[in-house]
Design a protein around this ligand. Structure first.
Ligand SMILES: *Cc1c(COP(=O)(O)O)cnc(C)c1O
Length: 378
């Protein structure tokens, strides 16, 4: 026999996450992963170098990442004991699914709205929990009655609500989320990976809302490479979750540079404000392209719909040097792309590529994407 007979059966149908292979196409405008387009400024880089020079690389880091938890606690006005650190917030989704995803004699259910971030489903499947996707309405809003009913009917152990949601960009009514969290007998996780870009946070509601946890990340605001995520929840729950967290899950480099970044929150906030400004500018310009529909966004990306089939639009932009995320699937996201907000120059290149693809050469584009005139050369 081999390893095959022992592999968890639900893993066969899954697929490992494979972002675009950037090495194959150097020079692309990368608007596919919702990263920040901004590097730290030179003064910050100097601080980082000083920090790195002082690191005890031969020692294990603080086992629970205490210095960084304290810095984050200050940022969010909670106690360090109410924070669990992850190697990115995705690791925390993993920990939550391990801790609450069942086992024993009953596979637990994991509920989430669709469309949304695909890791809730992927990790539920990986750990043998049962995914329960519940559709959003046709404007990607959360129908409170539908979700209250689904939470009652399916009795999930875990529920994930990304707000602002990925890939739709909108946030859900915070009061509706709090009401659902109170009514549900579930670990109710609001994933605020994009909350820095608009619409407020439910962190101040955690203490008074039984079952509510808030998940945050530093990835979208400039530190994706450091892998820093955090869960905010009741201290006693965090203490239990600490048993499924691997010791030293956040390394010394991430701890040191994370703390150094948080010592200057004003620099973070300035870059966040700039991304929000660029988002509104990009949305306005994209709306000016005939046939393009732009959804409202509280995040650092825009969901758009074009007249072209998703793969065709994706490839058309790629051949023009711009990488976006093709999120098109039949149904609510048909012909949709997700575009991360880049620098002003990157956004202009994206707009030019899209305009060229859709109306370039003056050709008229039919709904099925067939050009009535010849494709421009590239
Ligand atoms: C990007 C993203 C994350 C992952 O963040 P990391 O902290 O980089 O692991 C989590 N949730 C949602 C909804 C995201 O879009």
């Amino acid at each position: 026999m081999s390893w095959r007979s022992w592999l968890r059966p639900t893993l066969w149908s899954g697929a490992a996450y494979r972002p675009f292979d950037y090495d194959t196409s150097p020079g692309l405008v990368r608007l596919d992963s919702n990263e920040s387009p901004f590097l730290p400024d030179p003064e910050e880089m100097q601080t980082f170098q000083d920090e790195l020079g002082r690191l005890a690389l031969n020692r294990y880091p603080d086992v629970s990442g205490r210095p960084l938890r304290e810095a984050l606690a200050q940022r969010w006005n909670v106690a360090a004991e109410e924070i669990l650190l992850g190697n990115g917030s995705e690791e925390i989704i993993s920990m939550l699914t391990i801790a609450f995803g069942g086992g024993g004699n009953r596979p637990a259910r994991v509920l989430y709205p669709t469309p949304t971030f695909n890791q809730y489903e992927a990790l539920a499947l990986a750990y043998g929990a049962r995914p329960v996707p519940v559709p959003l309405d046709d404007q990607f809003r959360l129908d409170e009655r539908r979700f209250a009913e689904a939470l009652r009917q399916h009795a999930p152990a875990l529920a994930f609500f990304a707000s602002p949601n990925n890939p739709t960009g909108n946030r859900f009514d915070p009061e509706a989320l709090v009401r659902l969290a109170i009514a549900a007998d579930a670990v109710f996780v609001v994933d605020e990976a994009y909350a820095d870009f608009g619409g407020g946070t439910l962190i101040p509601r955690v203490r008074a809302t039984p079952g509510l946890f808030v998940l945050r990340s530093l990835s979208k605001i400039g530190l994706a490479g450091l892998r820093i995520g955090a869960l905010i929840g009741p201290a006693d729950a965090i203490a239990q979750l600490d048993k499924v967290r691997l010791p030293w899950n956040v390394n010394v480099v991430s701890l040191a540079l994370g703390c150094a970044t948080l010592r200057h929150p004003e620099r973070l906030e300035a870059r966040i404000r700039e991304v929000v400004r660029l988002r509104e500018e990009l949305a306005g310009t994209l709306r000016g392209i005939p046939g393009v529909e732009v959804y409202p966004s509280d995040a650092n990306f825009l969901l758009i719909r074009t007249p072209l089939e998703g793969a065709r639009a994706f490839t058309g932009l790629l051949t023009r040097g711009v990488l976006v995320k093709n999120v098109s699937v039949p149904g609510a996201l048909d012909r949709c792309l997700r575009i991360t907000v880049g620098t002003s120059v990157e956004n202009q290149r994206c707009v030019r590529a899209l305009r060229d693809l859709l109306v370039g050469g003056g050709g008229v584009l039919r709904r099925d994407g067939e050009r009535l005139r010849r494709e421009p050369r590239h």
